[in-house]
Design a protein around this ligand. Structure first.
Ligand code: 3PG
Length: 212
């Protein structure tokens, strides 16, 4: 699968911080049942690798990937733990070569035209715009589409139920990412019914027709 195809699987990619691997399977099931199969498990907690293994083994409908991948060693460990795609807030030469070598979809993070051009030079044409709202949000994406129409984005950072549809209407946005579907309080309360509802609302959002 190419990164661009990954973006077509669901309009929203939950950005998940797993506090405890014991919660991962129930959380993933709620998201997949709600209609969001593409799950970004951020490597921000020690539980992330074990969480990916458990989801891979117990939630067949999930497409599990690693987020916040910062270097080659993390990417390798994520792949060994079952990640089938990767996301990073940025891009380094080391990460670019590791991601290319693995052949799995990889979304490097960019925030400017030059970073997007460098990522494209490295072979990545599907990018995470990060942190989306802070660096210009929809106005920036609209502006980048003119000179860089061959690039597709998954913006994340500051996106929520109230602004996701406006991002998805842009021609260069394939999906959006965000943590609003798995808020810390709902996860702590193990409120999987509510997580499933939030996922279903997000899954009902549709990308702009020209992004397809
Ligand atoms: C990310 O890691 O992609 C972002 O931090 C998610 O941003 P959000 O918490 O604003 O959705």
């Amino acid at each position: 699968m190419k990164a661009r195809e990954l973006l077509r699987l669901a309009p929203v990619m939950p950005v998940i911080v797993v506090p405890d691997a014991g919660l991962a399977v129930d959380m993933a099931r709620a998201l997949v049942d709600g209609g969001l199969p593409v799950l970004e498990i951020t490597l921000r907690t020690p539980a992330a690798f074990e969480a990916m293994r458990r989801i891979r083994d117990a939630v067949p409908g999930a497409v599990v990937g690693a987020g916040t991948v910062l270097d080659r060693a993390q990417w390798q460990r994520a792949v060994d733990s079952g990640a089938v795609f990767g996301v990073s807030p940025g891009l380094t030469p080391e990460l670019a070569s590791a991601a290319r070598a693995g052949g799995l979809p990889f979304l490097p993070g960019v925030a400017t035209a030059s970073e997007a051009m460098r990522a494209a030079d490295e072979g990545f044409d599907t990018l995470k715009l990060f942190p989306a709202e802070a660096v210009g949000g929809r106005a920036l994406l609209r502006s980048l589409h003119g000179p860089l129409p061959h690039l597709q984005f998954c913006p994340t950072g500051g996106i929520h139920a109230g602004n996701a549809a406006e991002y998805l209407a842009l021609p260069n946005v394939g999906c959006v990412g965000g943590s609003w579907i798995t808020p810390e309080a709902l996860v702590a309360a193990r409120d999987w019914d509510r997580v499933r509802e939030l996922a279903a609302q997000a899954a009902a959002l549709r990308p702009g027709a020209s992004a397809r």
